[in-house]
Design a protein around this ligand. Structure first.
Ligand code: NAD
Length: 498
């Protein structure tokens, strides 16, 4: 593939900006696929200026016309789903079926946003006082920004901008610099769908671009999804600059298997959830918690399935698990196998031995399993974000629950059992934002909101769903009188309704 330099997208067209560039890799081959321009503060400023110019016109566009653009975008994304999936696979490495899945999940949010006229309805109270009515309306904020991670280059931006745009805002997306192409293609499709120039902009880059966004006086709100340390930085910095902010962080998702569970179902589920997308999902199961005799019944079924996973180039048919996103990330994840063994855990499957035919330079790591992990070990404390599943053995339900509730990266969790009472107790007692019962990856649908608890989310609103509508609008309450007042003359008393 010839080398390309990916540009920003400002005011409805590709735009240069900034002198620095980053490399974009094809993880399956280990070859550099191109470069991406890194925005400097002046480039971010140009994007904000374009968005600010476009905002009043878009805000005043009728709800019908705004949602028509989203309906057209929905159609275009559906028609180009395969092309988008191929772009994602070529830069992220995930298998094509997975990339298609993320486009489909992103589309669900676009479909939700198409129904925005219903969701934006305010309320009206007649005669709150004599001849006086009161009503509430929700208005867009202005220029909003989204900063997104590498692991879902289409879906996570689509968690944000469809709702922000439908609400009447202008938007600036700062996607991951590691797989930037999907966001540019979506910008082109939005333009084709009829979105006016400047309403949606893309600036690429790293910390310099992010910090320029966080400090920019022209940006009203920031949505962030990424790792916990950066989420905390984004939350604190954006709030200090007076912005509305929601910042979703990293995860350590546990799956508890009680002794009465259907062990084949649990084995299928944990293998799918831990190794799908090479473990680079925010909802990937990274800790398997076995209770009592579940360990001995379950683990042989897990290893048997691990040994059959076909690892290779995600663009090829039949491959189930692709490479990791970059060589650095692959090496960092592989380092946890050494750390686990050093700290006394038992490495049951070691993915460092993987060889992928015809792809000697790809960023591969085979499915790995570490047993007898304990809190305090680095493999338990850190978010590994790769195809390394840790098992923690506990004797009782209460011990399993205490383990999970002691973890700060409380994004998702799952319980596998045949006992409805135990599942209900777990759902009630677990201190985690998204809970699966015999479902290992409980990602909420677009009409619910997505978000973890504790260090997995900073701010008070989750993304998409009704929380998304609230986040991208602010309320105004109007009190109006069109009738002759009963009494005339100044009255310095506090207005009452009686
Ligand atoms: P990351 O935190 O490294 O990067 C996220 C974004 O922040 C990118 O756009 C990146 O350019 C920017 N960034 C990176 N370093 C920065 C810095 N020092 N200052 C300012 N901005 C910076 O995350 P990632 O590696 O791209 O993605 C994986 C992480 O995202 C994992 O921790 C995963 O759990 C998390 N994630 C969470 C969710 C969720 O819903 N909670 C969803 C997807 C991914």
């Amino acid at each position: 593939m010839s080398e390309r330099t990916l540009l920003h997208w400002i005011d409805g067209a590709p735009a240069e900006g900034g002198t620095r560039k980053g490399d974009v890799w094809n993880p399956a081959t280990g070859r550099r696929a191109g470069q991406v321009a890194f925005a400097d503060p002046a480039t971010v400023d140009r994007a904000v200026a374009a968005a600010a110019r476009a905002f009043p016109g878009w805000r005043d566009t009728s709800l019908g016309k705004r949602t028509q653009v989203l309906f057209a975008f929905r159609d275009l994304v559906a028609r180009h789903a395969d092309e988008l999936a191929r772009l994602i696979t070529s830069e992220h490495g995930k298998v094509l079926a997975d990339a298609r899945g993320e486009v489909a999940r992103g589309l669900e949010v676009v479909e939700f946003a198409c129904g925005l006229p219903e969701l934006l309805k305010g309320s009206f109270s007649e005669n709150v006082s004599h001849g006086v009515d009161s009503y509430s309306i929700r208005q867009p904020l202005g220029v909003c920004a989204g900063i997104t991670p590498f692991n879902f280059p289409a879906m996570v931006p689509m968690w944000m901008f469809p709702i922000a745009l439908a609400c009447g805002n202008a938007f600036i997306l700062k996607p991951s610099e590691r797989d930037p192409s999907a966001s540019l293609r979506m910008a082109e499709l939005l333009a084709e769908a009829g979105l006016p120039a400047g309403v949606f902009n893309v600036v690429h880059g790293d910390r310099e671009a992010v910090d320029a966004v966080l400090a920019h006086a022209g940006i009203a709100a920031v949505s962030f999804v990424g790792s916990t340390p950066i989420a905390r930085h984004v939350y604190e910095t954006a709030a200090r600059h007076g912005k509305r902010v929601q910042a979703l962080g990293g995860a350590k998702n546990h799956m508890v298997v009680l002794p009465d569970a259907d062990m084949d179902l649990a084995a299928d589920a944990v293998v799918s959830a831990a190794y799908g997308s090479a473990g680079e999902r925010c909802m990937a199961i990274s800790v398997l918690v076995t209770v009592g005799s579940a360990a001995d019944a379950l683990l042989p079924k897990v290893t048997e399935r691990l040994d059959r996973i076909k690892v290779g180039d995600g663009a090829e048919a039949g491959v189930e698990m692709g490479p990791l996103v970059t060589r650095d990330h692959r090496d960092r994840v592989a380092g946890y196998l050494e750390a686990g063994a050093r700290e006394g855990a038992e490495v049951v499957r070691d993915g460092r031995r993987i060889v992928v035919d015809g792809r000697p330079d790809g960023f591969y790591l085979g499915p790995s399993l570490i047993d007898r992990v304990e809190p305090g070990m680095k493999v338990y404390a850190d978010e590994i974000f790769g195809p390394v599943l840790c098992t923690v053995r506990r004797q009782t339900y209460d011990e399993a629950l205490a383990l999970i509730n002691g973890n700060e990266r409380a994004n998702g969790v799952a319980v596998f059992t045949r006992d409805g009472g135990a599942a209900r107790k777990f759902q009630n007692e677990v201190q985690v934002g998204m809970v699966g019962i015999n479902v290992a990856i409980p990602v909420p649908m677009a009409y619910y909101s997505f978000g973890g608890w504790k260090d997995s989310l900073f701010g008070d609103s989750h993304v998409h769903g009704h929380d998304g509508v609230r986040f991208y609008t602010r309320a105004k309450v109007v009190t109006s009188r069109w009738s002759e007042p009963r009494q005339r003359g100044a009255d310095l008393g506090f207005p009452t309704t009686r």
